[in-house]
Design a protein. Sequence first.
Length: 166
Amino acid sequence: MNMNFGKTLFGFKPAEVKEEIQRMDTEYKEQLAGLEKEIETAREDLNEYEKRVSELKAKVDEYIEKEREIAGVLVTAQENARRIEEEAREKARRMLESTEHTLEKKQEELELLRLKVRRFKEDFRDTLDKYRLSIETMRDPGDESHFAPTLITNDKEKSKKQDISS
């Protein structure tokens, strides 16, 4: 700032100095008012930003809480899936054991039926052989008008007499 004050005998002209001081005072007051206005605007912006930061922090906290809930749900889901898988494996094992047991029972029943069929065939052959022998030893029907052959049976059955009519 370059100022040219008029000179007098005792220095500078007091009116010009006073005028310059007033001008500078006014200029500094305007600058001060501008700076205060900037400070107020900055404070308002700061308050707005702080409010926005607190809102964002609240959202972050909310997201963190949701993340924790989701993690908890995932852990629970994994535990449930593991439990369900274990239950399914156990159920499958029991079903397999039951099926194997049933199969063994059916195989035993089948073997018993085979034995019964074999015995029946043997008994039936024995009975047929006895009938064949009985027929071979039969007399000629012309000799007797009526006869009653005796049927020979197994040890299991009682002997029965059967009349055959001609």
